[in-house]
Design a protein. Sequence first.
Length: 243
Amino acid sequence: MEEGFPEVQNIDPEYRVRILQEYLDVVILRDIVERHQISNIVPLRYMIRHLLNAAAGLFSVNKFYHDLKSQGIRCGKNTLHEYLGYLSDAYLFFQVYVHTNSERIRMVNPRKIYAIDTGLIHACSRSIRSDWGHLLENFVFLELRRSMDIIEYYKTEKGREVDFIVTDFAGRKSLIQVCADMMETETRQRELRALSEAMRECGLDQATIVTLNQEENLQMETGQIRIMPASLWALGHDRTPTS
């Protein structure tokens, strides 16, 4: 899950971070601020940093608006929606909506945000330790984006979340959960429970969990769940939708 920019490959980490931060400034200033003639740059920069530090997480403009307000940063909700749209148009971030047939539910639910490059996440991280779970999920999204027509996240009737429900260009759907480490019993049960519920509700008898390095085939009441390392999954193994 290294950076996607070829210029920063195989160079000193300190310089790599600096170059990526400079790339980010170019995107902000040239592709967004100048193009859209933005005068209030502070909330835009704050939004970018926030999204990079919460990549693969749920994002609500309304909640973010109140966070800014509590810090004395003035910016209207409509403007924040515009900023998010600008960032998406610049291909810096991608928005993934909840799977639903209702447009109202789709718009009022938080969306998941993914960055164009995992290196940017690392370069702008506030933490000294990498969040491998979020980095892995962001990586999986970028791979799915190459081959799928529709990418959404799924929420079961009991409120449990599955990271991806994807539809290919033939209209076939599949479920994909991402979990860096499945060794802990509580984590394992949580991920399998959510995926099994989603399989039952969606009428699918196969699903995949992408991990860092674990591999296993499970036969559940709802069908088969294949646990596989990202290195194999990214080569194209078991990415064919099942219905």
